[in-house]
Design a protein around this ligand. Structure first.
Ligand code: T5A
Length: 214
């Protein structure tokens, strides 16, 4: 596979989508062909599963059920979008990937790590991101940026995870930090509490030092 696979991870409102767009522009300006995508979603089948995950009551699934839905969506996303793009030499920038399952369903909801790893192996085999950018910031700052709403869920609003409570979000922040510490060759921690341009500069520096061909 000749393309490069970069994933963006972190808590709610960390700025992943904003910075993913900026990195895509920077890579395209250097002549790379870039595919931007997201999870859950990124292919028609996975987008259909996404609707089940990001709307409705916070307790509608337990951690393992959620994980199974995320892995079903990931399988379709890999087959239909990510692998074809990598095989044709494109750079794939993905807004969330497997580390979100480890953090949210594992650290957040208590799903067993060994089971999550086995499911990942089943859907993705040996594929790993070339680089994972973990955008880290205090939970309250991220939730404020994400514009968290309280009260009765609106079925049209994709805020099911944002409504899960501060303790949940603190657990997954610690989860992302643990993932970065365990895999320093793959993961770069980015201070996402800085301004937009400073975060972009930190991301570009991390990408250029880890993937010099960028
Ligand atoms: N999920 C996902 C799981 O539980 N398990 C999984 O396996 C996977 C793949 C997806 C949900 O699914 C969960 C996690 C998620 O809760 P989503 O809508 O895609 O839902 O949620 P997020 O990815 O969290 O999207 P957000 O929009 O909330 O966060 P982003 O993308 O990190 O933030 P962004 O770029 O949209 O920015 C949010 C706001 O902050 C501002 C932006 O302008 C924007 O208004 N902002 C900044 N403001 C000041 N300074 C900065 N540096 C800023 N950066 C951004």
């Amino acid at each position: 596979m000749s393309g490069r696979f970069i994933t963006f991870e972190g808590g709610e409102g960390a700025g992943k989508s904003t910075q993913l767009r900026r990195l895509a522009q920077a890579l395209e300006a250097r002549g790379h062909s870039v595919v931007t995508t997201r999870e859950p979603g990124g292919s028609p089948g996975a987008e259909a599963i996404r609707a089940l995950l990001v709307t409705g009551a916070t307790g509608r699934w337990d951690g393992l059920t959620e994980a199974l839905l995320h892995y079903a969506a990931r399988r379709d996303h890999l087959r239909c979008t990510i692998l074809p793009a990598l095989e044709t030499g494109q750079w794939v920038l993905c807004d969330r990937f497997n580390d979100s399952t480890i953090a949210y369903q594992g650290y957040g909801h208590g799903a067993e790590r060994a089971g999550l790893d086995a499911l990942y192996q089943m859907v993705a085999g040996d594929l790993r991101p070339d680089l994972t950018l973990i955008l880290d910031l205090p939970v309250d700052v991220g939730l404020t940026r994400a514009g968290v709403r309280n009260g009765t869920p609106d079925p049209a609003v994709e805020d099911r995870y944002e409504r899960m409570g501060t303790d949940f979000h603190e657990r997954l922040r610690q989860g992302f930090r643990a993932i970065a510490a365990a895999e320093p060759d793959r993961c770069a921690m980015i201070d996402a509490s800085a301004g937009l341009d400073d975060v972009e500069a930190a991301i570009l520096a991390a990408v250029r030092s880890r993937l010099p061909e960028a």
